[in-house]
Design a protein. Sequence first.
Length: 64
Amino acid sequence: MFGLGTTELLLILLIVVLMFGAGKIPQLGAGLAKGIKNFRKTMSDDEPSAKDTTGADDGAVKKD
């Protein structure tokens, strides 16, 4: 996982707790999860339109 060991992860967690406080961490996690969910939904909604705009498989290209 990005080359981070247990010590580094614990240090990052400690810094986050010191910066935001223990009470704010669940709110941050919920906000992050909501953002990831919206991002995935947006990406899955955009896939069909991205395939349609490429014109790769519509056979419109004619050779002389």
